[in-house]
Design a protein around this ligand. Structure first.
Ligand SMILES: Nc1nc2c(c(=O)[nH]1)N[C@H]1C(S)=C(S)[C@@H](COP(=O)(O)O)O[C@H]1N2
Ligand SMILES: [Mo]
Length: 325
């Protein structure tokens, strides 16, 4: 199947400058075009590219506060943030999710809050948007594979969501469970991981003000490939902690098993704190490659807790971080 890339994700196609009625018509039209494109049909509609489809899906978030926090960082370009992804439900290649998640529908969406809480409930994504004022958070993100990005997330503190669930004294850990839908996520049919993708945090980590639920990036609704409609972001931990497309949040008294712990217990621990002193069994963690810096940009030194030690080191006092990797 040949994909004809006729346009970049250009502003001329974005929803902000197109009147809404035109936007919706064109969106439906391009949706259809996108479908036939994916089906491999060689029609005139095939002229619409995957990128054009992606461009019409871009939607501004109104009413979030800009933060000065992290504002001195050089941002990773939007193009890299949205085309170099890890999201195995949509393929293991870095470029796969941008293409394979294109027609994924992040609405309607409901998140189930359950376990050791007084207020177990199902919350719609619309109500989740109202939990707390949305803020921009510019965070350095470090993947366990040795690359990093700086991403301007839009989200709210996870602590705010936790408070409205009223956890009981038995809530020592929080488990985050991603959607695993065979129909809309093609690779869930393949046992590359133990689906659904599951992650977890200790309660105090979850309540830390740095921990957020992201619903957007670059001032726009979260693109599908980045975990729409809502994903976890924990900037002092390796990227795999940040479960995407979350459908369930469960409070427990026992440390949850995570997908990556099951996949490789010697390689991926529960804590997954960024730590340049503890190498992955198969490669160093002492340095990283910043995505979008160009082919010849030098590797940079990885910092303890990804540079957020001042805010989070106290969570781990007295713990052996070599054992608790
Ligand atoms: N559901 C789900 N969440 C996931 C993953 C995944 O494969 N499935 N990959 C993780 C990994 S390894 C990383 S590095 C980050 C990447 O997030 P990004 O693509 O938005 O940069 O998502 C994490 N969350
Ligand atoms: Mo990762």
């Amino acid at each position: 199947m040949a994909l004809i890339v006729t346009r970049r994700a250009s502003d001329s196609l974005s929803s902000e400058i197109t009147p809404p009625h035109v936007f919706h018509n064109r969106r439906d039209f391009i949706k259809t075009a996108g479908l036939s494109l994916l089906a491999g049909a060689a029609t005139a509609s095939g002229l619409f590219s995957i990128n054009a489809e992606a461009a019409v899906q871009r939607q501004k978030i109104a009413g979030f506060s800009k933060s000065s926090y992290g504002a001195d960082e050089k941002l990773t370009p939007y193009e890299d943030v949205t085309t170099y992804n890890n999201y195995y439900e949509f393929g293991t290649g870095k470029n796969d999710p941008a293409h394979e998640a294109l027609l994924f529908k992040p609405t309607p969406w409901t998140v189930s809050i359950e376990g050791a809480v007084k207020k177990a409930k199902q919350i719609s994504i619309e109500d989740i948007f109202k939990i707390a004022p949305l803020q921009e958070r510019i965070y350095r993100m470090r993947c366990v594979e040795g690359w990093s990005m700086v991403i301007p997330w839009v989200g709210f503190p996870l602590a705010d969501l936790i408070k409205c669930a009223e956890p009981t004294g038995n809530a020592k850990y929080v488990e985050f469970i991603s959607l695993a839908d065979e129909r809309s996520m093609p690779r869930v049919r393949v046992p590359i991981l133990d689906w659904p993708y599951t992650e977890g945090l200790r309660m105090d980590e979850a309540m830390n003000p740095l921990t957020i639920m992201a619903v957007g990036l670059y001032g726009e609704m979260l693109p599908n490939q980045n975990g729409a409609p809502m994903r976890l972001v924990v900037p002092w931990k390796y990227g795999f902690k940040g479960a995407k497309a979350i459908v369930k949040i469960r409070f427990t008294d026992k440390m949850p098993q995570t997908t990556w712990m099951k996949a490789g217990p010697n390689e991926y621990g529960f804590y997954a704190n960024v730590n340049p002193e503890v190498d992955h069994p198969r490669w160093t963690q002492s340095s990283e490659r910043r995505i979008g810096g160009g082919l010849f940009s030098p590797r940079i030194k990885t910092k303890m807790f990804n540079g957020y030690a001042e805010q989070v080191a106290q969570l781990y006092t007295g713990m052996d971080l070599r054992k608790n990797y």
